[in-house]
Design a protein around this ligand. Structure first.
Ligand SMILES: [Fe+2]
Length: 139
């Protein structure tokens, strides 16, 4: 299943449909706008999630092959991991490292990251290598 994200340009709400019944969600009196994930655009090195398998159930997601800034003005707001049976959203804050560990029931099918300036990004690539990093991962 492909996740569908939407945002409201008036209030800034962001939602994800966990079941798509068809109609476009409405917020602030208007239809919300689809957030189409980017994959290949400029700045992808700082936004495309890099996903590594740590063990059978644990995956490290780092946002960017070059770590994304995490300042008040420019940061990753959330990472979303989708498996066959789960959708997990992890919120990040300015000052956090742009990296997080996810314990999943199976390998992610897609991993999303949302930047407050550059929007939604998505990868389906999972590096099946053992993660040896000592980074401060948010759990
Ligand atoms: Fe960004």
């Amino acid at each position: 299943m492909i996740l569908h994200f939407y945002h409201c340009p008036i209030c800034g709400n962001i939602i994800v449909k966990v079941h798509d019944g068809g109609p476009t969600p409405v917020c602030c009196g208007s239809e919300m706008r689809p957030l189409v994930p980017k994959r290949e655009e400029e700045y992808k090195e700082k936004h495309l999630p890099v996903v590594k398998r740590c063990d059978h159930y644990t995956f490290e997601v780092e946002v960017g092959s070059v770590p994304h800034p995490m300042t008040d003005e420019h940061h990753i707001e959330f990472i979303c991991v989708q498996t066959e049976n789960e959708t997990i959203v992890r919120h990040l804050s300015p000052g956090d490292d742009p990296v997080s560990l996810f314990v999943c029931d199976s390998a992610p099918q897609a991993v999303y990251a949302f930047c407050n300036r550059h929007g939604l990004w998505m990868t389906e690539t999972i590096e099946d290598i053992r993660c040896e990093t000592k980074k401060k991962c948010k759990r």
